[in-house]
Design a protein around this ligand. Sequence first.
Ligand code: COA
Length: 143
Amino acid sequence: MILGIGTDLANIERIQRTLDRFGDRFRNRVFTEVEQRKAEHRRDAAGTYAKRWAAKEACSKALGTGLRMGIAWKDMAVSNLRTGQPVMHVTGWAAERLRKMTPPGHEAVIHVTLTDDHPWAQAFVLIEARPVAANPADLPAGT
Ligand SMILES: CC(C)(COP(=O)(O)OP(=O)(O)OC[C@H]1O[C@@H](n2cnc3c(N)ncnc32)[C@H](O)[C@@H]1OP(=O)(O)O)[C@@H](O)C(=O)NCCC(=O)NCCS
């Protein structure tokens, strides 16, 4: 079952201006080391940050909280599989919120997809609850 969806559109030029103005203070407050490493190794660092900014906003919407003052942005973090596919990890308050919205007997799976086309970066996040098989014998044949 679907527990939540969220979307966000971020302006890459606005993110660039914020990077220019606040530098590491902005980087370190919002982005994890993994996110920073990914962005800083790219020609389009601002575009890479903007996608991850959009992902965090979209995730907060899917969690139903939105972005309140004082929330820890780094508790919603994007990394990439070897194929390039993005993955969202939640920790701290976001993990706690996810735990509370997940029905008993289920596990939550977060899906995220990113795209950018200058000057826009976009993210969608979908949170799915999957039943957890209490007993391996309950699993469908062939799994
Ligand atoms: C995935 C692909 C369609 C992205 O299209 P694009 O027009 O270049 O870029 P977009 O701006 O639309 O999207 C970029 C985002 O797609 C996502 N993405 C990349 N690879 C992905 C994949 N395999 N599955 C799902 N999402 C993927 C990433 O989040 C990426 O942003 P990020 O690298 O900052 O996290 C394109 O890169 C592609 O077809 N790649 C072929 C697969 C490939 O080259 N694999 C190499 C490793 S095996």
